[in-house]
Design a protein around this ligand. Sequence first.
Ligand SMILES: [Zn+2]
Length: 76
Amino acid sequence: MARCQICGKKPVRGNKVIRTGTGKWIKKRVAVLRKPNLQSVTIIKDGQKKKLRVCAKCLKKLRKEGKLVDYKGKIK
Ligand SMILES: [Zn+2]
């Protein structure tokens, strides 16, 4: 299952509401699964490179802390 490896964010269930022509009446509700915006990144933890799947919010946090590295091991 798609899940952030830092904060544990996972898909949430919701409804897509389909309305009639003028948008006044609700015609149908369709169940949808909204997935988190996951990106695979490489970080440095305890002096070692580690590959993780993290959500966009955690990615922003990592970038601020300067823990993000590229494939060569250089800090981004
Ligand atoms: Zn996260």
